[in-house]
Design a protein around this ligand. Structure first.
Ligand SMILES: [Zn+2]
Ligand SMILES: [Zn+2]
Length: 287
């Protein structure tokens, strides 16, 4: 049963230095029934690069793009995202960089990613957004500024954005909505990643895409609150010290199969979240 169903991972990372790397991840996911992955860059440290300036980020993007190429050899459809994670503001300043310099660097990185997106090398910018943990107001403001720049690129170059945000329900979505409206970026290309059921529900109400962690309870809660409006994500970070810390992509597939077998979801719903929503957001051919 459901042998014909295929599965998407709406937000995943790979680490070719200390993890499995894209090739192995792609093989495992495809053989579990995966057809689509949105691969998102990790901060440069994960690739063994200690960033001090834009050139170091460009090197990290090179590593990332070769991971994208490897993933494409195994997974039928792949979308690729590079950006500046809000946690990078904290990490750079903790290592002694001035806040102002970390902000400028973040803006440069996002501008660089936007150029690659305009040229068709990347599908969009991600992750950018706000810290989901306690930080200083100044660092939060810097991360928000970087997200604003990314929203401008979504407007000007049609880049898709993966937003990493706190999960504060409506407040999370509505504050982005105010920024987006002021900037004039298209809602349909701005994705709320790691969305709680409340965030996913509000995002769906306003017409934003979202990805929801592919855990059993979170998927069921999101389906209940938001209907089949989102894409499941593993947010796998490919760290051997924390294996499957969010989910492993292939585990996420198994969980959805179990939900189907238990009668908690139907095939139609799984098709909507794993295929229809991907086709709509990324404009890719269905499998
Ligand atoms: Zn994230
Ligand atoms: Zn992520």
């Amino acid at each position: 049963m459901a042998a014909g169903l295929v599965y998407a991972d709406g937000h995943v990372h790979s680490n070719p230095v200390s993890g499995l790397g894209a090739e192995e991840i792609g093989k495992r996911f495809a053989s579990a029934g995966g057809w689509f992955m949105a691969l998102v860059i990790l901060p440069p440290w994960h690739y063994g690069i200690s960033p001090r300036g834009l050139d170091d980020y460009k090197r990290a993007v090179e590593v990332f793009l070769s991971e994208c190429r490897r993933l494409r050899q195994h997974v039928p459809r792949v979308a690729c995202f590079a950006g500046f994670h809000p946690a990078e503001v904290d990490k750079l300043t903790a290592k002694g960089m001035k806040l102002e310099d970390a902000l400028q660097l973040g803006l440069q990185v996002v501008d660089y990613a936007a150029g690659l997106c305009r040229d068709g090398v990347l599908d969009g910018i991600g992750e950018v957004g706000r810290q989901h943990y306690k930080t200083t107001p100044e660092r939060l403001a810097a991360a928000t500024s970087i997200m604003v720049r990314a929203l401008e690129h979504a407007r000007d170059h049609g880049c898709i954005l993966h937003l990493h945000l706190e999960n504060a329900g409506r407040a999370t979505v509505d504050t982005v909505e105010v920024l987006r409206a002021a900037i004039g970026a298209p809602r349909g290309r701005i994705l709320f990643h790691h969305a709680s059921s409340k965030v996913a529900a509000r995002a769906a109400e306003l017409g934003y895409p979202a990805t929801v962690p592919g855990k059993r309870e979170q998927l069921l809660a999101a389906l209940d609150a938001a209907g089949p409006s989102f894409i499941p994500e593993s947010d796998y970070i490919d760290d051997p010290r924390r294996p499957c810390v969010s989910s492993c992509p292939w585990e996420m597939v198994e969980r959805q199969r179990s939900l189907l077998e238990e009668g908690l979801v139907d095939e139609e719903t799984l098709y909507r979240i794993n295929v229809d929503n991907v086709v709509k957001l990324y404009g890719v051919e269905p499998p």
